[in-house]
Design a protein around this ligand. Structure first.
Ligand code: C2E
Ligand code: CA
Ligand code: CA
Ligand code: CA
Length: 278
């Protein structure tokens, strides 16, 4: 049995080496990615479910590696967290997004932005100060930024996270629990956190129109969330049937490919102008 258990390991050695080399390369090159202009932000619209108006965008990071091509954010963000470069990436992202909100505003395109924070950001005590400094220097009020933090990031160090989130909340930033439903936290635990928004994970939304279990989960999350005074966001809305159902269930904000894929800054501005007119 012992020998059999070792076998699969042996089979993957070659693949593992390649994977390891890729990781080492990415960790190294990530340090220069922002100054070299390889990082960009894209923006995906979030709509008010009842009025259909665009209220915000979610800012998502993209890395085009000069040799390896497009690197999925899930992959390089995880590497950045483990190699200690996440703080600089987050700083670059916050600067870029704040500058963008300001630039859009000057073009008559006003929206708020949701940004993603990693577990490491949440326990970083310099984060609240750095966020506030960035907002002030771009002349933005704090409620223009929503912080999306995954359930699992909060639950890694719940006490410390709660304390840090409290500071951010008091500074006027909005806080959303991202990927809600995929972790192990209960709504009772969430009640003690200073959050205003629940973002239901897209795994419950993608097949919502065909899967009765998903509908039950989504329905009760919306009900319980509303009873706790939280705003409910659904991501991964891909079909008109899901949009109709979510709106009927009382979901507040919708995001997904049905409305738009993530767009470059200039694409978003044009998309919003066309959407507002329609
Ligand atoms: P997330 O925060 O859960 O982001 C939502 C992901 O769902 C995005 O993938 C988005 O493009 C995708 N999505 C949106 N609508 C739909 C839809 O209708 N159908 C489907 N199938 N997918 C949809 P993306 O851009 O690849 O981002 C993946 C993850 O990478 C994010 O998950 C987030 O955890 C992380 N990430 C991205 N940018 C940043 C960043 O600036 N900082 C940090 N810390 N994490 C980031
Ligand atoms: Ca997110
Ligand atoms: Ca999510
Ligand atoms: Ca996610």
């Amino acid at each position: 049995l012992a020998r059999r258990a070792r076998q699969p390991h042996r089979c993957y050695v070659v693949g593992q080496d390649e994977q390891h080399l890729r990781q080492l390369t990415l960790v190294h090159d990530l340090q220069e990615a922002a100054p070299q202009g390889q990082l960009t932000m894209v923006y995906q619209p979030q709509l008010d479910a009842r009025t259909g108006r665009v209220t915000a965008v979610e800012a998502l990071m993209r890395w085009q590696h000069p040799r390896l091509g497009f690197i999925p954010p899930d992959e390089f963000i995880t590497l950045a967290e483990h190699s200690g470069s996440i703080q600089r990436l987050t700083q670059w992202m916050v600067d870029t997004v704040c500058a963008q909100l300001r630039a859009w505003e000057q073009d008559g395109c006003r929206v708020d932005a949701a940004i993603n924070l990693s577990a490491k950001d949440v326990t970083d005590d310099s984060l609240p100060g750095r966020l506030q400094h960035c907002l002030t220097s771009h002349g933005l009020s704090p409620e223009r930024l929503r912080l999306e933090i995954t359930e699992s990031a909060i639950m890694q160090e719940p006490e410390q996270a709660a304390c840090r989130l409290d500071t951010l909340r008091q500074a006027g930033l909005r806080i959303a629990v991202d990927d809600f439903g995929t972790g192990y936290s209960s709504l009772a635990q969430l009640k003690r956190l200073p959050v205003q928004e629940l973002k239901i994970d897209k795994s419950f939304i993608l097949k919502l129109d065909e899967n009765a279990d998903d509908e039950i989960i989504v329905r009760s999350t919306i009900e319980l969330g509303h009873n706790l005074g939280l705003e409910i966001v659904a991501e991964g809305v891909e079909t008109e049937a899901s949009r109709v159902l979510l709106t009927r269930l009382g979901c507040d904000i919708l995001q997904g490919y049905l409305f738009s894929h993530p767009l470059s800054a200039s694409q978003f501005c044009a998309w919003k102008a066309a959407h507002d007119k329609a």
